[in-house]
Design a protein around this ligand. Sequence first.
Ligand SMILES: Nc1ncnc2c1ncn2[C@@H]1O[C@H](COP(=O)(O)OP(=O)(O)OP(=O)(O)O)[C@@H](O)[C@H]1O
Length: 259
Amino acid sequence: MLLKEIKKKATMPSNGFPFQLPVIKEFKSIGLQKPVTIFVGDNGSGKSTLLEAIAYQSNHILVSGETMDIDDTFDAARKLAPHLQLSWSFKSKDGFFFRSEDFTSFMKKTRETRQDLEKDYREIKARDPNSLEALPYARNLGELKNLYGDGLEYQSHGESFLSLFQARMKGKGLYVLDEPETPLSPLKQLSLISLIKEMVEQGSQFIIATHSPMIMAMPNAAIYQIVEGSMEEVAFEEVEHVRVMKDFLDAPERFIKHL
Ligand SMILES: Nc1ncnc2c1ncn2[C@@H]1O[C@H](COP(=O)(O)OP(=O)(O)OP(=O)(O)O)[C@@H](O)[C@H]1O
């Protein structure tokens, strides 16, 4: 394990967002004994708020490589993070925070970078086909191609999500993922589970907020369920999402006739 414990300091304010959220008020500490920690809970239970603060306090790097410092949507994380005490076995500098909103801007940035490099490369070659000045542009274009193939933008939304994870994840990193299942079909969620399993085998650790029962079934995972502000470790079969989804799939008509 890289991150061993997340503990709330005694001095946290009790008023104003995010401090007045029930889950933040009641949170004391969790020990991370498994390589995958999963937060589940209803919409609005505070999963993202807590996850963002953990990510901010750990290394505050986004999937794009940018810092969480420049984005005002992380104001609450910036306020809450100093009140969380993280204990490490080994503080890795690798890893990132991922939420699906940042994916679109990362795709846009990658596309613009590639287009700029291609334009500069073409201009230099047109001026002088043998110019050494073109070499760094060719090298950077080659690196982008190695990482993402011909371009994430030529893949479907779900495919490019997975390619991004495959390109950006490596061993011994701490990955904090907020609802990574968002655009993924059930089969692609299995591919994500397989990728996470592979990364765990290489010494990585994951903290994930999810609504997906498939992700919750991940091997080597501890599931913490938030109900009315209290956070408790539960078995997979006890998670509300899992029970509701299972009952629904067993007999959808039973649910739908009551709507
Ligand atoms: N800037 C803000 N100011 C005040 N309240 C906020 C702010 N941002 C979020 N909230 C509230 O905090 C609560 C927790 O939000 P959060 O996004 O952490 O929930 P969540 O469990 O991740 O939900 P979901 O599953 O829908 O993503 C919600 O009720 C939300 O409306």
